[in-house]
Design a protein around this ligand. Structure first.
Ligand code: ZN
Length: 243
């Protein structure tokens, strides 16, 4: 009797946890875009444009090693020694643009000071290739195992192969989760560096707004991890395992 109650308790706790996680996942993206829109309206009191700011940080921290290129709107990013910014970001002097660019400069600093960023890129590349095999392995594994268990395939070898496929699938899943978790840590550090860069020119209230935006951006990475964790329930909205 007691065991039944314990099981019911565990199932309810899991269901509550699941709802909570799904709520975070769907809330985090809206929350980020709301904050982004709001902070896009705020001009920095220092009166610097994003382009001037990047040039200044490049001179001071990177011995002018960073190159600046253009990219499409919303695709601002960092890749080896290159900061790519859209025209809109470059000419803007909003706090949002400064915060986003500072985060990318934070990645540049990670790349400049060590190899963890490149290592993460390599792991993600490997992950994308492994990810292609995830579904085929799970489906083949399940079919082979079931057919053997229900005696359609007699040879025990089919069960062994089936379970091995399922095992490999689970390993790929765990790899995806570990990678997402590592990425969150890298994102956090890039944002910490961003705040350090920004603290040189912004006032405390401006800095708080930028921190708030960067924190809500990080929440979207947690959401992505939760989505991957819950992808097997088919309740969570789809998210690429190795995005
Ligand atoms: Zn980032």
């Amino acid at each position: 009797m007691i065991t039944t109650y314990i099981i019911i308790g565990i199932v309810i706790a899991l269901a509550v946890l699941l709802c909570f996680a799904l709520a975070i996942a769907s809330f985090s993206f809206e929350n980020y875009y709301d904050k982004l829109k709001k902070i896009q309206q705020c001009r920095n009191t220092y009166g610097i444009t994003t382009l001037q700011y990047v040039t200044e940080i490049n001179n001071r921290y990177f011995d002018k090693r960073l190159k600046l290129t253009r990219c499409r709107e919303f695709y601002d990013h960092y890749s080896t020694n290159i900061i790519a910014l859209s025209d809109k970001t470059m000419s803007s002097n909003s706090l949002a643009s400064l915060a986003i660019v500072s985060h990318e400069l934070g990645h540049a600093r990670q790349d400049y000071e060590g190899n963890k960023l490149k290592k993460n890129w390599r792991m993600k590349k490997a992950g994308r290739i492994c990810g292609l095999f995830f579904m085929p392995l799970m489906i083949a594994g399940a079919i082979l195992s079931l057919l053997q268990v229900f005696n359609v395939l007699k040879d025990i070898l089919f069960l062994i192969i089936g379970l091995s496929c399922l095992g490999l699938g689970v390993l790929i899943f765990i790899y995806a989760i570990i990678l997402k978790y590592k990425e969150i840590k890298i994102e956090k550090e890039a944002s910490d560096y961003a705040i350090e860069f920004l603290s040189e020119i912004l006032t405390q209230p401006e800095l708080d707004l930028c921190k708030d935006l960067l924190n809500s951006a990080r929440l979207t990475y947690w959401a992505s991890l939760l989505k991957t964790l819950l992808s097997w329930t088919f309740l969570a909205p789809k998210d690429n395992m190795f995005k």
